[in-house]
Design a binder for this molecule. Structure first.
Ligand SMILES: [Ca+2]
Length: 324
């Protein structure tokens, strides 16, 4: 009986630890994702009529609004196809929770962006898109244009999920995708929809930057008198393995592997107390696990004051102020 109780206790602790550790890893890796985004694209940007409009032709179709004007007389959204092209059709994916606002939407076309003509006026029924798989498809065969505009001749908000334009030359290719777009106004629901972050091809250079910084950290730690032989060996092993991988295999997974190693080097700072950090992180864990953790990882030194900890992190990692 005593063995069974002990087994169940250890199982509970083990499961709690495993689950909490997975949560902890997810949290740290999510932090890294935010850091990458902020470092490569800057902080969140205020929307403009161009950057909100970009959500109308960004390829994202989720049934919500891709762009959103203010409530105004005659709101409009338009896309620039680059030059005058013979068209085949325009396909409108509606915002599905307020779809009836577009029951009388008008498709306009222009060759110069100044002179517009109505190519189609919708007169119901209400159309949707994402929720029923039936976006509004408007035939435009015989029509040539550089600009396609959607307009409401009423006092209203204009919002759509996505606008697709297909040309006569290749009727299956959406020629509006990620083309420059603009709209009549922005609203409190507008957002900057430009693609954020570098493309996935940037992983090799991101990984190289982490490896380079890790090498520097090894030297810094050695200079501080810390035994980092295990870290240095792990770094050398990682570099060997990365060198043997084709570029297409250098992805987010390898980047995170390199960041975990870099993180261990950062935490090898002699001013940091790993026991204290682990105990602080125990705040993430379920209450009955914390005393066990404190037994396993007792604090051996006094905790580093938060300000000093921040300074050390800033010095070790000058490019960002986020969590390690
Ligand atoms: Ca969209």
């Amino acid at each position: 009986m005593a063995h069974r109780t002990l087994f169940l206790f250890l199982l509970t602790v083990g499961l709690s630890w495993t689950g909490a550790y997975a949560d902890f890893r997810d949290e740290v890796e999510a932090d890294w994702k935010v850091q990458l985004l902020q470092r490569e694209t800057g902080p969140k940007r205020a929307p403009t009529p161009e950057t909100d409009a970009a959500g109308g032709c960004d390829g994202v179709k989720d049934g919500k609004w891709g762009f959103h004007t203010e409530n105004q007389e005659g709101p409009w959204w338009q896309v620039d196809l680059g030059d005058v092209k013979p068209l085949d059709r325009v396909v409108l994916w509606n915002r599905c929770d307020a779809a009836a606002r577009n029951d009388n939407i008008i498709v306009q076309v222009s060759e110069d962006g100044s002179n517009w003509r109505d190519a189609y006026t919708h007169n119901g029924p209400t159309f949707y898109g994402k929720t029923d798989g039936r976006p509004l498809s408007v035939p435009l065969a015989g029509c040539s244009a550089r600009y396609v505009r959607l307009t409401l001749r009423a006092q209203s908000w204009l919002h759509l999920d996505e606008v697709e334009v297909f040309g006569a030359a290749d009727p299956v290719r959406n020629i509006a995708l990620r083309r420059p777009a603009v709209q009549s106004s922005i609203s409190q629901w507008s957002a900057d929809h430009r693609p954020r972050g570098k493309r996935d091809t940037a992983w090799p250079e991101r990984i190289a930057a982490v490896v380079k910084r890790s090498r520097e950290l090894v030297e810094i730690r050695r200079g501080e008198g810390v035994d980092v032989s295990r870290h240095a060996a792990a770094l050398a092993r990682l570099e060997r393995e990365l060198a043997g991988l084709p570029a297409r295999r250098l992805d987010r997974g390898e980047y995170e592997r390199a960041r975990w190693l870099q993180r261990r080097l950062l935490l090898a700072d002699p001013l940091l107390d790993f026991g204290e950090i682990r105990n602080a992180r125990a705040g993430l864990l379920q209450p009955h696990v914390r005393p066990v953790l404190r037994l396993v990882f007792p604090a051996r030194r006094r905790p580093v004051p938060p300000r000093r900890l921040h300074d050390r992190q800033a010095k070790a990692f000058p490019h960002h102020g986020g969590p390690v």
